[in-house]
Ligand binder design. Structure first.
Ligand code: LMR
Length: 345
């Protein structure tokens, strides 16, 4: 009798839970695979760099807000695709989101090099005004011509010079040095040529080894990249020059994005907006923190660029500014000059 009662109770319980009467508990493992949307987000930096942290935060927000229906899989440190591969992977649908530096899409979109022109941007705030204003809007419009869609502009920070040979103060100090540049840009190689160095294009994933093995002498990067990738271990000289800005464009494949269910697209866009605000704050905090951490290792000799040295670098860049105006076009060139005077074009 007791056994019969127990069985009846069990049948009742099973009926109750499978008939949907009970409160629905979301178990991410239980999402119908046919309904699940997987977004692969590939990037090249460390997980504790601003971009790495923001990609993870985006993935967590999206998982929570879609009850696990959308899974953003983050692949940091070039583990899925590296520089020179990720743009093609986005194009052919092997990944759905990447966040290259604005410099790295220059081969496809030369005008994006506006952010690479040395000493044009004087603060992160000015960079964000450009990104969020008319300049960024025009640059975003270009992306559609190649099947991409821009989701956001993320920040990192101003670049500093490091090298393994000597302190870099005046242009003459660069003479004969090999300096790594990001792949795809035209302006960055010119920048180093103007200073008398020899530029070498190299993927971010190969940079530490190339510096450690002294295959190249130096590079430019932000504090958070120099710290999180431990470049300071193999580059004893650091010049605080703040000469150029390094920021990102979060990119997706337009077809993929347009085919997402509208409610999901809305959730993703909202999450991306929120993460963008957060990412920019983190970029600023990590820039300072990384600088302090690098300094406290005692492994690096710091040089703070003087105004007179900056003037010499600016003079050396004269031919670059002519080239840059041709590349970005006189409209964007003018727009950035106006921004410099603190007016929104
Ligand atoms: C670099 O290649 O130095 C940077 O683009 C890395 C990054 O994405 O921050």
């Amino acid at each position: 009798m007791q056994r019969k009662l127990f069985l009846a109770w069990l049948v009742f319980l099973i009926t109750l839970t499978s008939s949907g009467c009970g409160k629905r508990v979301t178990d991410h493992e239980q999402i119908d695979p046919a309904e699940k949307i997987v977004i692969k987000f590939s990037h090249v930096v460390a997980e504790n760099a601003p971009k790495g942290l923001a990609a993870r935060r985006f993935a967590n927000l999206v998982a929570a807000r879609t009850n696990g229906r959308v899974e953003v899989q983050v692949y940091p440190n070039s583990t899925l695709y590296k520089d020179g591969e990720e743009i093609e992977a986005l194009k052919n649908g092997s990944v759905q989101i990447i966040a290259p530096t604005t410099a790295k899409i220059a081969a496809l979109f030369p005008r994006w090099q506006i952010f690479d022109i040395p000493y044009v941007f004087t603060s992160a705030e000015m960079v964000y005004r450009a990104m969020d204003g008319k300049i960024g809007g025009e640059l975003f419009d270009e992306l559609a011509t190649q099947g991409f869609r821009g989701l956001a502009f993320w920040g990192n920070g101003f670049k500093q010079m490091t090298n393994g040979i000597r302190p870099l103060r005046e242009p003459g100090d660069f003479k004969g040095l090999t300096m790594r540049v990001m792949m795809g840009s035209q302006i960055l190689p010119t920048q180093f040529q103007c200073l008398g160095a020899q530029p070498v294009q190299l993927g971010f994933n190969d940079l530490y080894a190339a510096l450690a093995q002294k295959i190249i002498d130096g590079q430019e990067n932000t504090m958070s990249n120099i710290y999180s990738k431990k470049f300071y271990e193999v580059q004893p000289y650091l010049t605080l020059s703040n000469h150029g800005y390094m920021g990102y464009v979060v990119l997706t494949n337009r077809k993929f994005w347009d085919h997402l269910p509208p409610d999901i697209r809305g959730i993703l866009e909202k999450a991306m907006q929120e993460v963008t605000v957060w990412e920019r704050e983190q970029a600023s905090l990590l820039d300072e923190e990384s600088f302090r951490a690098i300094r406290s290792t005692g492994q690096i000799r710091l040089h703070l660029q003087t105004e007179e040295e900056k003037r010499q670098w600016l003079t050396a860049f004269t031919p670059l500014y002519r080239q840059a105006e041709e590349i970005v076009g006189s409209d964007l060139w003018r727009a950035v000059q106006v921004l410099k005077e603190k007016k929104e074009p």
